[in-house]
Write a protein that binds this ligand. Structure first.
Ligand code: FES
Ligand code: FES
Length: 223
């Protein structure tokens, strides 16, 4: 039985799961930040509190949180923005990768208070408002670049930055510059292929490694 024809526990084939968006959900998670998410289940445990105002996926957010809280826990536990995953919680796996002012960081290694006045982009912020996937998300679907999907949000955010940085010129370069994102399912060949596909779609970045880099579409796409 091939993996493509395996019927999962709910009767969904793996490829059908991908095509109907289930894997996109796993890979890209929810596409919108829920309104009023700050009011969800998280509650302070008595530590000193601080306030942080920052831009999350294009929306201004203001939250009060314990000063010791990491950006990862703020997003997941307090704000209900769970696309970003927690793996090692010590900066070693890349599952928690987000962009901070356009540069990729491990959210488990960043204090929430440190993002005050800054711009955070998670996997939820990549797709268009109408649901159209970012080119990197689409490439991960096209290339079957996931198995369990747990590492995938971090891989996708990291890949967006990798391409913007101009580090997607070859398989070896992609492997090197994506090496901070671990995949326990070892989907690396497909991940590299997805980054290559997205880089081709997005074109050559202009202007260095800044998050403000603008993509120039390849000639074929401009024609
Ligand atoms: S959870 Fe942050 S690097 Fe592993
Ligand atoms: S797809 Fe399972 S850890 Fe990467």
């Amino acid at each position: 039985m091939s993996a493509d024809h395996y019927d999962g526990p709910r009767g969904l084939s793996r490829r059908g799961f991908l095509q109907t968006g289930g894997a996109v959900g796993a890979a890209a998670a929810a596409l919108a930040v829920p309104e009023g998410a700050e009011a969800q289940s998280w509650a302070p445990t008595g530590g000193s509190l601080t306030g942080t105002r920052f831009t999350l996926n294009g929306s201004e957010r203001s939250v009060t949180h314990e000063a010791r809280v990491t950006l990862l826990d703020l997003l997941r536990e307090q704000m209900g923005v769970t696309g970003t995953k927690k793996g090692c919680a010590e900066g070693a796996c890349g599952a928690c990768t987000v962009m901070l002012d356009g540069e990729r960081v491990n959210a488990c290694m960043v204090l929430a208070a440190a993002v005050d006045g800054r711009e955070v982009t998670t996997v939820e912020g990549l797709a268009e408002a109408d649901g159209t996937l970012h080119a990197v998300q689409q490439a991960f679907v096209d290339q079957d670049a996931l198995q369990c999907g747990y590492c995938t949000p971090g891989q996708i955010v990291s890949a967006v930055a990798c391409i913007r940085e101009g580090h997607a010129g070859s398989e070896a370069e992609i492997a090197e510059w994506m090496s901070g994102n671990i995949c326990r399912c070892a989907a690396y060949p497909q991940i590299v292929a997805a980054v290559q596909q997205a880089a081709e779609t997005l074109g050559t970045p202009q202007g260095g490694a800044s998050g403000a880099v603008q993509f120039t579409a390849p000639a074929a796409a401009r024609a």
